[in-house]
Write a protein that binds this ligand. Structure first.
Ligand SMILES: NC(=O)c1ccc[n+]([C@@H]2O[C@H](COP(=O)([O-])OP(=O)(O)OC[C@H]3O[C@@H](n4cnc5c(N)ncnc54)[C@H](O)[C@@H]3O)[C@@H](O)[C@H]2O)c1
Length: 259
């Protein structure tokens, strides 16, 4: 028996990085996983790799910032399985802009792919899960929700919004007796394409290796994160192992925010 055996799980932004690692781990732990993303090539390849490894997965195109795309994805799940047990709102990303230079257009784009997408998905999932016996929603935020990185003005604001949106929704669902838990996850720097690119910009390093070395010094545990470090935390919050946990902010950052 896997830790999410036979659960129906939707992972957004699952073509790469943390979302990919999460989808792969969930499939290994027995879930039936719908991977969605805007990167169709890597999304299809990831789902195919999971199936080749005896997992149960499929891929669908889905811009998580678009309500109409959410309708298509949830309709497909309704048709195939009749329920959704686990939603991982992972799609997102940032750009390197400070408060003086970030444009309104860029601010809106970052809000839309991080905070709007998480809002639309969380709301839609709650409306459905409450009819089907409950579920678990995990929203991927960042340590940027807690520390004001000077060059991530919009990203910090969006990720902080995800933190409190998750708490509000978790408390609401608890009080309503829906059987739905909502939590957020806050990674430190993780070695993904986007993570390393962000580290290069932040440090001005000339290479990925140099940027990783500089960021390693900021993580007391002595290394930066790997996608599986975060996927394991997401699995805990998604599974019934965390049945008493809602409205919590799980920091997985090697001590980055502890000092
Ligand atoms: N890597 C890190 O250091 C780090 C740290 C903290 C938080 N995070 C967060 O973790 C999540 C995953 O990041 P990652 O490092 O794996 O990045 P990544 O770029 O490797 O993966 C993000 C995925 O999201 C997809 N995506 C982007 N916009 C989308 C949209 N509108 N709709 C659907 N999919 C979309 C991308 O195509 C990509 O496949 C993001 O929310 C990110 O902000 C990452």
């Amino acid at each position: 028996m896997g830790r999410v055996q036979d659960k129906i799980a939707l992972v957004t932004g699952a073509a790469n990085g943390l979302g990919r690692a999460t989808a792969e781990l969930f499939a290994r732990e027995g879930a039936i996983v719908l991977l969605t993303d805007i990167d169709d090539r890597n999304g299809e390849a990831t789902a195919a790799a999971i199936c080749a490894n005896n997992g149960r997965a499929r891929y669908m195109h889905h811009d998580a910032s678009k309500p109409e795309d959410w309708n298509s994805v949830l309709d497909a799940l309704r048709h195939a399985h009749g329920r959704l047990d686990i939603l991982i709102n992972n799609a997102g990303g940032g750009t390197y802009n400070d408060i003086e230079t970030v444009t309104l257009a860029e601010w809106r784009r970052i809000m839309s792919i991080n905070l709007d997408a998480t809002f639309i998905g969380t709301q839609a999932a709650i409306r459905w899960m409450k009819e089907t016996g409950g579920g678990s929603i995990v929203n991927v935020s960042s340590v940027a929700a807690f520390v004001g990185s000077p060059n991530l003005a919009a990203y910090c604001a969006a990720k902080a919004g995800i933190n409190l949106l998750s708490k509000s929704a978790g408390v609401y669902c608890g009080q309503k007796g829906y059987g739905i838990r909502v939590n957020s996850v806050h990674p430190g720097l993780v070695e993904t394409k986007a993570g390393v690119e962000m580290a290069r910009l932040a440090t001005g390093a000339g290479s990925d290796e140099e940027a990783i070395a500089m960021f390693t010094g900021l993580h007391p545990i002595g290394r930066i994160g790997q996608p599986d470090d975060i996927a394991q935390g997401i699995l805990y919050l998604a599974s019934d192992d965390s049945s008493f946990v809602t409205g919590s902010s799980l920091v997985i950052d090697g001590g980055f925010t502890a000092i």
